[in-house]
Design a protein around this ligand. Structure first.
Ligand code: ZN
Length: 361
């Protein structure tokens, strides 16, 4: 049973979803808090529990998740502060997901500008600047100029990283910038009139680095190339692959020529089965054979688990034959009375047996 425990004084230890940050949950007694939301100034805890009004309970937040959110959220303040101070672009969208943090800005930044802003944000981290989080009184000068997206009323909670960023925010943050550890912009894209960044802070950045390193090491071993030379190593492999494909095409054309000459020497009707000739090459072969001879041809090729076929004849109605063939083998294909083509999933022996029966019975 899910109970909603309401908290009208807003004095809960559990962070309710809001301000781009999701709820972290935790436990009330031994029961898991699955969601915490705030609606009409009341905080609701969703928890599977038999807690009754007036019970004294023991609450435990998910601190690992809380600390991660504090790192991401504080990192966002630092980055948004340095970008706004330098370019005047404001943060117009923000979300911390389970994998990464997305931040949108009102103006576009080039790659070089992003690198410069990332460096400046990391310099702020190293300066270990104290972060103030309080509700200033009405005369406080910080209330005249702070960063926020909406019009605010009532008591305003200010998160102040002196000299870097001053923002109205209800989220959870570090006590000093050094606890963020590192800020890494991992990707960027144009978004509306500005830019969308995917950013990782603190432990998330380290995890990402370890994951990338693990992949790079594996690729490096697979292609026997130093991890720092992966780009040129992969480029070399792509060049080799392209060269092999060109060579395969050339050999295939030679094979088609050879096969066509062989086939025209044999009797009036031929059933031919190839291995691994793609449907494009098969069509090429059929068209060449039709130019060289007017004999009846039933050509098959098996590739990628599918059998491709081409039937061609000047004496029989191929369209009619194809209708019967499609019905018996659930094949897909079409054509005209002289030539048809298509593909199917079937045992090739069964197919050959079927053709022989049609031709010679
Ligand atoms: Zn914040």
């Amino acid at each position: 049973m899910i109970l909603e425990i309401t908290d009208r004084q807003k004095r809960t230890a559990f962070y309710p979803e809001g301000g781009g940050q999701e709820a972290e949950g935790g436990f009330i007694n031994e029961f898991e808090v699955t969601d915490v939301i705030i609606k009409d100034e009341i905080i609701y805890h969703k928890v599977e529990s038999d807690v009754k009004p007036g019970d004294t309970v023991h609450c435990k937040i998910n601190f690992e998740k809380r600390y991660d959110h504090m790192q991401q959220h504080t990192g966002e303040h630092i980055l948004s502060g340095v970008i706004e101070n330098k370019f005047g672009y404001t943060n117009v969208g923000f979300h911390i997901g389970s994998e990464g943090m997305r931040v949108d800005y009102s103006g576009y930044l080039t790659d070089d500008e992003l690198i410069a802003m990332e460096k400046e944000a990391n310099d702020v981290i190293r300066k270990n600047i104290e972060i103030y989080q309080d509700y200033p009184d009405k005369n406080d000068t910080r209330l005249k100029d702070f960063r926020f997206k909406k019009e605010l009323h009532g008591d305003i909670r200010i998160v102040d990283i002196r000299g870097v960023d001053c923002c109205a925010c209800c989220g959870t943050h570090m006590k000093s910038t050094s606890e963020v550890g590192i800020i890494k912009i991992v990707s960027s894209s144009k978004y509306k009139n500005g830019i969308r960044l995917n950013v990782l802070c603190g432990d998330r950045a380290l995890k990402y680095y370890n994951y990338m390193l693990h992949q790079s090491d594996n690729i490096s071993q697979m292609i026997s190339t130093n991890v720092l030379d992966l780009e040129s190593g992969v480029r070399k492999l792509i060049d080799q692959k392209n060269e092999l494909e060109r060579e395969k095409k050339r050999v295939m054309e030679e094979l088609i020529d050879y096969k066509c000459k062989e086939l025209t020497k044999t009797n009036k009707r031929s059933i031919v089965v190839f291995e691994n000739i793609d449907s494009k090459s098969l069509k090429k072969m059929a068209s060449k054979l039709r130019e060289m001879s007017d004999k009846d041809l039933f050509i098959f090729s098996e590739t990628s688990g599918r059998t491709h076929y081409i039937f061609s004849s000047n004496t029989m109605d191929m369209k009619k034959m194809n209708e019967d063939f499609k019905e018996d083998f659930d094949a897909k294909g079409g054509g005209n009375s002289k030539s048809v083509s298509g593909s199917l999933r079937a045992n090739k022996e069964d197919v050959i047996h079927w053709i022989n029966k049609k031709l010679f019975d």
